[in-house]
Design a protein. Structure first.
Length: 597
């Protein structure tokens, strides 16, 4: 990744030419001297070329000096083309190890003082720096970092001459850098989201060229930046000022209640001061920006009646919401349209995961009691509890309903027993399939198979109705798992709590892709589909709700994050039939909700 601390600025070469018998004197520009062909009769003139190369630094202020050059510079190719006669070439290595004329210390840049021998006369000079050393034939190697290909030089015999040569940086890519306090959320690769709630807010962004070694190009001779929007009815762009030559200001226009999208095109063009130029082509990058009204919808919270209930899993039954209370032997219930939570007690142990079964009851695991519980979810007898025993010591953890015809079946994981079990809605365990590890969460996949996570062994498993098991290796600690959103019947998605990623497996091919979460150490946990066609997930450590608006972009889809109450520890999330997203706040003992549309 490009880092400002090791940035490039355009190379400035101090070139002093004096007669071999003279020593110094006032300098003047070459442009005032008439062009003359080089003359050997006057003898060569001693020319000193001084190049300063900075050491790599970890401080952002170290790259701002106007005479700094890319820290990656290792050689320079110099040619003096006369109006007539033979071109003179002076290729030089620019590292202390390769050239005794270059010196460096721990606290100062590398300084190369090169002695050249040039005939008096007029020339068109070319200067090009590279990140590789000269080869055995004296030719430069590696990537071109900066250049000036048509610089007029006149060397006058018997006189002191001085000139400064500013080399233009050679960009190979563009960096689009929002300010630290920017409301733009996302990344250059995946695109950004901007809230429509921030109409009229100025969003400063910096556009810089990036050289072949990943350094930003800054200073005199840096590429000229540009930024334009595909839809000027949504944003206005203020161009840079003299004091901030690479900074644009993006302002979203007022009265944009419907959101929308546009594309920003950021570019850099190598600077040119006629007749000189670097010969580098212009570089552009397209950056998608969407206006997300969800960022300002806000969220609400409802505390659990019992303090320190630690709500864990959550499920929607139509517009009713049911959840487990991990610190208690209770199930919580919130009727549609109500803000009053009802708690049903009587469980044999604190509950784990919860789902709605084919019989309309809510089903949940009771891990430490080795039981599966079911509770009437509506009508007369709501809250009536029935418990079904499973294998002793099995620790049932995750549970799902397979959605098959009729009442279907319930599938559950036996974390300590190393099995996946199948149970009818009458509470009869019909199968237990051995698993090599410790299965935890489980979901009904879009392919009709059951998919589960093995958190400790870093695997995702698939089990068919006949018990055939396929395992997939992932990066680290998968936790929640769900089938793809909308009409996506070929993917399962899961959170990776340890590696801070969202994972995706394409069912038809088994291909794995993983998307880093923007916030470090977010600890993603539960993940679910929203009625809006997006994927939503909880970030337990970051106290945020994450959203992937377009999961159809497999390589690197955009992730948007919505902060909730600090240190609230959101754990699981679900959508009701209206599109409201409900989530448990485990640490805060609250149920939160926000609109998905």
């Amino acid at each position: 990744m490009s880092r400002l601390a090791t940035g490039t600025t355009a190379l400035v070469i101090s070139l002093a030419t004096i007669p071999m018998t003279a020593c110094g004197g006032a300098g003047h520009g070459a442009a005032s001297v008439p062009a003359v062909a080089p003359s050997a009769g006057s003898g060569p003139t001693s020319t000193t070329l001084r190049i300063t190369i900075p050491a790599k630094s970890s401080t952002s202020s170290s790259n701002r000096h106007a005479r700094y050059v890319s820290p990656a510079t290792q050689s320079v190719a110099i040619s003096f083309v006369p109006t007539s006669g033979t071109t003179q070439t002076f290729n030089q290595n620019l590292t202390p190890a390769s050239n005794p004329s270059c010196q460096a210390s721990l606290i100062s840049p590398t300084i190369c003082t090169l002695a050249l021998s040039v005939l008096p006369g007029s020339y068109t000079a070319s200067f090009v720096t590279y990140d590789g050393l000269l080869d055995g034939s004296g030719n430069p190697t590696g990537n071109k970092l900066s250049a000036n290909q048509n610089f007029p030089v006149t060397i006058v015999a018997g006189a002191a001459n001085a000139l400064n040569v500013a080399l233009q940086g050679v960009p190979v890519s563009v960096a689009f850098l929002p300010s630290i306090a920017s409301s733009l959320r996302g990344s250059q690769a995946a695109g950004y989201t901007l809230s429509v709630c921030l109409e009229g807010k100025a969003e400063p962004v910096t556009v810089l060229g990036v050289d072949a070694d990943g350094n930003y190009i800054l200073g005199a001779g840096a590429p000229i930046p540009s930024l334009r929007a595909s839809d000027t009815s949504l944003v206005s762009i203020t161009p840079p000022t003299t004091s901030a030559p690479s900074t644009f200001v993006i302002t979203s226009v007022p009265n944009n209640p419907s959101g929308g999208a546009l594309t920003l095109t950021a570019g850099v063009t190598a600077s040119t001061t006629a007749p000189t130029d670097s010969g580098a082509p212009a570089v552009t990058v397209s950056i998608p920006v969407t206006f997300d009204q969800y960022l300002c919808r806000g969220y609400s919270e409802i505390p659990t009646p019992t303090a320190n209930a630690a709500p864990g899993d959550i499920v929607a039954n139509g517009n009713d919401v049911w959840f487990t209370e991990a610190n208690l032997t209770r199930i919580g219930y919130l009727a549609s349209g109500s803000s009053t939570i009802v708690e049903y007690s009587g469980l044999s142990s604190p509950p784990g995961d919860i789902i709605v079964g084919g019989d309309g009851r809510v089903w949940f695991t009771e891990p430490t009691a080795d039981k599966i519980g079911a509770m009437v979810a509506s009508g007369p007898g709501i809250g009536t509890l029935t418990e079904y025993a499973v294998a002793a010591g099995s620790y049932p953890a995750g549970i799902t309903w397979d959605g098959q015809d009729g009442l279907g079946a319930l599938w559950f994981t036996e974390k300590n027993g190393g099995k996946v079990g199948r149970m009818t809605t009458a509470g009869v365990v019909t199968n237990e399939f051995p698993i090599s590890g410790s299965p935890y969460e489980i979901t009904n996949g879009p392919d009709g198979n059951q998919w589960f996570v093995e958190t400790l062994s870093n695997q995702i498993g698939k089990i068919t109705t006949s018990g055939v098991i396929t395992m997939y290796n992932v990066s680290g600690h998968p936790y929640g798992i769900v089938g793809g959103p909308g009409q996506d019947y070929d993917t399962v998605w899961f959170t990776e709590s340890q590696t801070n990623k969202i994972g995706r497996i394409q069912i038809s091919t088994g291909a794995l892709s993983e998307i880093p979460i923007p916030t470090a150490n977010a600890n993603p946990t539960g993940i679910n589909r929203g009625a809006d066609g997006a994927l939503w997930f909880a970030e337990a450590n970051a106290s945020q709700i994450g959203r992937i608006p377009d999961a159809s972009t497999p390589a690197n889809p955009l992730i948007v994050e919505y902060p909730v109450t600090a240190a609230s520890g959101p754990r699981k999330i679900v959508s009701d039939s209206t599109g409201t997203m409900w989530f448990t706040e485990n640490t805060a003992s609250k149920i939160g909700y926000m609109a998905s549309y």
